[in-house]
Design a protein around this ligand. Structure first.
Ligand code: NAD
Length: 453
């Protein structure tokens, strides 16, 4: 017996009724989502603090505010995005009307992870609703306080005949995936991404996969070490390092490493105090299992800064590792904690080599006072996104697509890219029933005409 069949049938019927297609209906849903964020801000901040010890500031800029911004953008542009897009025509279609119509796919499934449990659930939801779909939302069971708010409060703000929150972990999600959806949007690990894609293949369902990986950060000798340290440390420690686009390891010369280390120590002390464990601004690892994994990485290489941990609080100190071997675990798997290994390279060419020998990352960073160096890293590599001289600022721009490439994922979203992702782009040509005499030249017998070569 499929526990989801009633819910899915209800949503499919709602989609077939056609009511999600109207611009007014879409706008009402988006406004509801906006009200949910405004009216439950404190509740959401509390849930994020309980799950991840997330500070109100980090919650605002990376979860609530960013989701609200996407709602506002979609509301402001909805009718323009929905408009048929006229396209240039060829000689044979001069008298016709040719355009792309953005149609909703139908029933969409959104599966989210726990590290930005609100942002990574609601930002795709904005795109799915704006595009006129019915939606099943599957939040992460690991960020359980946010999951509860999404399950109990969010549906009150949306049309429940077109929207449902489904709860569960791997087993329930596996069962859910046996059903046919018209689009699946998954954010999570590459391992589960493969499971989702295999399940989608059984129904030929298109997917977006927003996955993870190891994001390199090249630091050139020509740099201001303190500026680099401030930026790299902040982005590495933001959300206790549990960020898919966080700089995962630094590539630099040994000389630059020696200049960076005191600067990094200084940044950590300024940001989180002498005892980072008592800082209200440093997050915690989400759960026991995840903590054990991250703690295990502290044994790699040599600890140059930090290295402390406290299981009772799931606390990992901001840590920098040096003398790290490529074969060690910290260089093999995505770190997802406030730990930054430094790998020494002799220069730009070796760094580019190191990067291109590995899977294409979700994000790539390069720091240099020399803009030519930044351009060379950009030109010599590939990644989902790229930011020169800072951490993940590129993803704060809704005018840039956000997504991976290769092992870091497929597809893109944010802003209008989300609307386009959740819309089928239907190719339409409308021709008049007249002009038959002109069009008759294409019919057989062809032997009367000489093909032009
Ligand atoms: P995860 O892959 O373990 O879980 C993601 C979702 O899949 C959850 O909702 C979970 O319930 C479900 N799931 C887990 N196991 C499943 C299974 N066997 N079958 C079906 N569904 C299953 O990921 P996570 O631990 O929640 O998140 C961390 C990962 O997500 C990291 O790899 C990180 O890089 C990645 N991530 C990527 C992005 C991005 O935008 N590209 C953003 C955040 C996180």
């Amino acid at each position: 017996m499929d526990p989801f069949s009633d819910t899915l049938r209800r949503l499919r019927e709602a989609f077939r009724s056609g009511r999600t297609r109207a611009a007014e209906f879409r706008a009402t849903q988006l406004k509801g989502l906006g009200r949910f964020l405004q009216e439950n801000k404190q509740l959401l901040q509390d849930a994020l603090a309980q799950d991840l010890h997330k500070s109100a500031f980090e919650s605002e800029i990376s979860e609530i505010g960013i989701s609200q911004g996407e709602v506002n953008l979609a509301l402001g542009n909805l009718r323009a995005w929905m408009k048929d897009e006229k396209v240039p025509k060829n000689l044979a279609t001069q008298l016709d009307s040719a355009f792309i119509r953005k149609e909703p796919f139908g029933l969409v499934l959104i599966i989210a992870p726990w590290n930005y449990p609100l942002n990574l659930t609601l930002v795709p939801l904005v795109g799915a609703l704006a595009a006129g779909n019915c939606v099943v939302l599957k939040p992460s069971e690991i960020s359980k306080n946010v999951e509860r708010v999404l399950a109990e409060v969010l549906p009150q703000y949306l049309d429940q005949s077109c929207f449902a929150v489904v709860l569960g972990g791997p087993e329930e999600t596996g069962q859910l995936l046996e059903n046919k959806f018209d689009y699946i949007f998954f954010t999570g690990s590459p391992r589960v991404g493969k499971i989702v894609m295999a399940a989608a293949a059984k129904h030929l369902t298109p997917v977006t996969l927003e996955l993870g990986g190891k994001n390199p950060c090249y630091v050139d000798d020509d740099c201001d070490p303190q500026t680099v340290a401030n930026r790299v440390v902040w982005f590495r420690c933001f959300n206790a390092g549990q960020t898919c686009v966080a700089p995962d390891y630094v590539l630099c010369s040994h000389e630059t490493q020696e200049r960076l280390l005191p600067a990094m120590q200084s940044a950590i002390t300024r940001f989180y105090g002498e005892d980072p464990k008592s800082s209200p601004d440093l997050g915690r690892i989400v759960g026991e299992k995840q903590f054990q994994r991250v703690q295990g990485l502290l044994g790699c290489g040599r600890v140059a800064i930090g290295g402390q941990s406290d299981e009772s609080q799931r606390y990992i100190a901001p840590t920098v590792l040096v003398d790290v071997q490529e074969t060690e675990l910290v260089m093999q798997e995505e770190i997802f904690g406030p730990i930054l290994p430094i790998v020494n390279v002799q220069g730009l060419a070796e760094a580019v080599d190191f990067i291109t020998q590995r899977e294409k990352p979700l994000a790539l960073y390069a720091f240099s006072n020399n803009s030519q160096v930044i351009k060379q890293v950009l030109a010599g590599t590939s990644s989902g996104g790229f930011c020169g001289n800072d951490g993940f600022m590129h993803m704060t721009l809704a005018t840039l697509p956000f997504g991976g490439v290769g092992a870091s994922g497929m597809g893109r979203y944010h802003g209008k890219f989300s609307f386009d992702t959740f819309s089928h782009h239907r190719a339409c040509l409308l021709r008049s029933p007249g002009m038959e005499k002109v069009y008759a030249i294409r019919y057989p017998p062809y032997s009367s005409r000489k093909p032009r070569v």
